[in-house]
Design a protein around this ligand. Structure first.
Ligand SMILES: O=C[C@H](O)COP(=O)(O)O
Length: 236
């Protein structure tokens, strides 16, 4: 499967930061990179980022509202992301689950309008350290897949999954390879159960403290079809 190297700028980046998009786009284009490259940016930068990227790399949104329009001050719909130039969006990032109380059902409700808008949705899951310490990591990830991934979307090829153990995000602590392999295998099993053979074609990304010095090793692990990169994606 062609890997996806996805960045997530979170709430970082002013207009000047777009020079990184320019540099990444040029590099990827010139090198004919053997991977798809995507940067998810704050909504305020989306349109300008897409214009600068000019299709050489993908530009994504970081979230959307489940409704197409309405009295939802401060929110942004999937159609709006698409209209601004996005190809992809994140849903259910742990920041959204933690600070906005997003549940699996809310995440699933965002993925469907994204599909209608023509966006691929990267659905983020991952266990807390307490859940892992309690021996519940695989069960938690399985439940998150069951609750966050609509079956018809899993069959449609319009989603990817990002596994991000919370203890790895922004900490510099990447789990042992065995942990990543074990959880990705579990996710693959869940996707196959949900979507049949189509589940084999859904990309499963790893996220959490991915940098240039560990990305090659991580991409070499079984069932790792790409990475979701936070801090390191701010620099071309
Ligand atoms: O969306 C990205 C992840 O939360 C990982 O962030 P990080 O690479 O800064 O650890």
């Amino acid at each position: 499967m062609r890997p996806l190297i996805a960045g997530n700028w979170k709430m970082h980046g002013m207009a000047a930061q777009l020079r990184e998009i320019e540099a990444m786009s040029k590099t990827v284009h010139a090198a004919r990179t053997a991977a798809d490259v995507l940067i998810c940016v704050p909504a305020a930068l989306l349109s300008r980022a897409a214009s600068i990227a000019a299709g050489r790399i993908g530009i994504g949104g970081e979230d959307c509202h489940a409704q197409a329009s309405g009295a939802y001050t401060g929110d942004c719909s999937a159609d709006m992301l698409k209209d601004a130039g996005a190809t992809t969006m994140n849903a259910g990032h742990s920041d959204r689950r933690k600070y906005h109380g997003e549940t699996d059902a809310m995440v699933a409700a965002k993925a469907e309008p994204a599909r209608r808008a023509g966006l691929t949705t990267i659905i983020c899951i991952g266990e807390t350290q307490a859940q892992r310490d309690g021996g519940n990591a695989l069960a938690v990830c399985g439940q998150q897949i069951a609750g966050s991934v609509p079956t018809d979307l899993a069959r449609s090829g319009t989603i990817a999954i990002a596994y991000e153990p919370l203890s790895a995000i922004g900490s510099g602590h990447v789990p042992a390879p065995g942990q990543i392999i074990e959880v990705h295998r579990k996710i693959r099993e869940c996707l196959l159960e949900r979507a049949g053979a189509a589940g084999a074609d859904i990309r499963i990304l790893y996220g959490g403290s991915v940098w240039s010095d560990n990305v090659h090793d991580i991409l070499g692990l079984a069932d790792v079809d790409g990475v979701l990169i936070g801090g390191a994606s701010l620099l071309a």
